[in-house]
Ligand binder design. Structure first.
Ligand SMILES: *Cc1c(COP(=O)(O)O)cnc(C)c1O
Length: 372
């Protein structure tokens, strides 16, 4: 194996228990979309299945079906879009769908076999969901299928990026109006709105279910969320990173002063140096954007800067300082701890001018995931 991802199952379960303690395990719907945030759906499910797991959220119907194949018998919430052709399989596999636009509603009402649904309201993101102003109309048209409406829900646009939450409160107000339209017509449902950031820093968002994604994998949604939490509660809950990404040096080059490294000859050796080649590039999920930044990997607990442009399947790192001991086959850490040092996914994301959400979900799904 040239590269592999290690998953710390105990840390994952620790994070699950942190949120189970906040909202109660029965009200926790961990989000395993996008290959469990790049961590590996099968492995993450397998590690979590030892916990009292009542719900799982995914984005696609297909991901819900995959979880059924893995043996999950609890409730599955599909938060992304669906096409009419998927309604039957959603019904047969007992998936529950977010329903939030007129075309979807029509297709659902015309379907012979209808899966349960959660009616989504767009309270300020202009992404998915009925307009709160249409709540009356939507409730009216759903009266014949009242029993299949299991939830009323929404999603926040702006909790992660700010420490003041008046926009979120505005969204909650609209949600409240929409909900009461359903309540007054005798629907019985659960309400939900919270994802990681809102569960942590906006009590009034918790309602009956929390769809926790990024924090389950041990990441604070953002620095602003972390700061807000600290202001509110004085100290921090401990979220433990789950994922480490490692590879091995595949070759070593002795480069003389004045020689170039990599495509475009963007890097010129200012002195004689030793270069380690790693079999990792943007195909594997290491962003090319990190080229020319502060990016480094860890080898033997030492920081080794990435030099030159990151290629499709390889990168070159400066191992001059450890040249006496470094050899082909030595392990290099791209994300995770090594000796006294740790590289967080957030750091790699910052070097690449993106966010940790994007970085981890883009780790190539073909890379082996090992539960440790
Ligand atoms: C992705 C997603 C979540 C989880 O968000 P995190 O910030 O990762 O916790 C919750 N709800 C919906 C609708 C989502 O799309």
């Amino acid at each position: 194996m040239l590269t592999w991802i290690e998953l710390n199952a105990e840390n994952l379960r620790h994070n699950f228990r942190v949120f189970a303690k906040i909202v109660g395990a029965a009200k926790l719907a961990p989000v395993l979309k996008s290959n469990a945030y790049g961590h590996g759906l099968k492995e993450v499910y397998s590690a979590l299945s030892q916990e009292p797991l009542a719900w799982i959220s995914v984005n696609y119907v297909e991901e819900g079906v995959a979880l059924r194949r893995l043996g999950f018998k609890g409730r599955i919430l599909v938060v992304g879009p669906f096409i009419p052709a998927e309604l039957k399989v959603a019904h047969d596999e007992t998936l529950e769908l977010f329903l939030g636009h007129p075309e979807g509603l029509l297709a659902w009402q015309q379907a012979q076999e209808k899966p349960a649904v959660h009616i989504e309201f767009d309270t300020g993101m202009s992404r998915q969901g009925f307009r709160p102003n249409d709540a009356e109309k939507v409730a009216q048209s759903l009266l014949p299928q009242k029993d299949l409406v299991k939830g009323v829900c929404m999603h926040f646009a702006n909790v992660e990026d700010v420490t003041e939450h008046e926009y979120a409160r505005l969204q909650l107000k609209k949600f409240d109006d929409a909900k009461s339209k359903f309540m007054s017509r005798g629907f019985s449902f659960i309400a939900h709105s919270a994802s990681s950031a809102s569960v942590l820093i906006l009590d009034e968002s918790r309602f009956d279910l929390a769809r926790v994604g990024i924090a389950l994998y041990g990441f604070w949604p953002s620095q602003a969320t972390r700061l807000s939490y600290k202001q509110l509660y004085g100290d921090l809950v401990e979220l433990r990173p789950v994922l480490s990404w490692r590879t091995k040096i595949t070759s070593i080059n002795h480069v003389s002063q004045g020689q170039y490294v990599g495509y475009g000859c963007t890097y010129k050796a200012r002195h004689d140096m030793v270069i380690g080649v790693l079999p990792i590039g943007y195909f594997e999920g290491y962003p090319r954007m990190a080229s020319g930044s502060q990016a480094y990997v860890l080898i033997g607990g030492e920081r080794c800067p990435i030099v030159g442009r990151i290629c499709m399947n390889m990168m070159m790192v400066d191992i001059t300082d450890i040249a006496l001991t470094a050899k082909v086959g030595d392990i290099a850490t791209l994300i995770g701890p090594d000796g006294m040092e740790t590289i967080s996914a957030s750091e790699v994301a910052a070097w690449s001018e993106t966010i940790h959400y994007e970085l981890v979900t883009r780790l190539n799904p073909a890379i082996e995931r090992r539960l440790i």
